[in-house]
Design a binder for this molecule. Sequence first.
Ligand code: SAM
Ligand code: CO
Length: 283
Amino acid sequence: MPNDTKPRRDVAAPGRVKDLSSTANPIVKDLKALAAKKHRDETGLFLAEGLKLVLDALEAGWVLTTLLVAKAEIHNPLLAKTAARARAVGADVVEASAKVMEAVSRRDNPQSAIGVFRQKLVPLEKLAFGADGVVVALDRVRDPGNLGTILRTADAAGAKGVVLVGDCVDPFSVEAVRATMGSIFAVPLTRVAEDAFLRWRQGFAGLVAGTHMRGTVDYREPDYAGRPVVLLMGNEQAGLSEALAGACDRLLRIPQAGRADSLNLGVATGIMLFEARRKALKL
Ligand code: SAM
Ligand code: CO
């Protein structure tokens, strides 16, 4: 996009309220640009939509830089409270017209709040497995909906993190963030090259359980309890790379009936997570 070579604009003085009604406003252009991965990479920012989500994110200590609130709904007490909270942490609060909200979210019925947050990734060495934590590692996941679903499911299963191995889709895309339903703020996320993951794996004393269409071990067979576990899941098209498959302690398969060749990656990950966490999760 053309404005990349220009110096960054001073968006607004921190903690100040701006009134925005035109989609031609440079602030709106900057926010809309976050739909592109290039701009997310450049700025280290991403968009998260929804009031509850913004509040949860603030609660979890994520850094909010700008909060866009729908001007027409500012009477909503929760929205007003969120705006006050945003100002208190030094974020810009922008009261925007419905048109602006639609333009930034690219939706006809946008949420009443859109937060701009700073991206956060955890180094692999810093992932806290504990004595028996389960972590999901994804080999070159390509689909933002799958990744979002997996983050949401990992959160629900009480996983300790999700590791993106190799060339993965951007977890901070609007589509992926939407699919997490807020879990992106709850699950530690790591990104690592395949060779770095393989090096790290050599020092990992827990179970590395790979899932593979040619796996010979039933996924219900290993004892996952009482030790740290990495569940290694393959790319949607190609499955696990040879190198990653070779680094697994076991190659597991989920038995299937019917005519489908394989399960959707998100579904397979869900099944693995809840099996690995079976003894830990209680009603
Ligand atoms: N064509 C790919 C292949 O042959 O590996 C299919 C990949 S599948 C859509 C994506 C990932 O989901 C697989 O790499 C594996 O991690 C997991 N998966 C899907 N169905 C599975 C099953 N029945 N057993 C074990 N893993 C499965
Ligand atoms: Co640009």
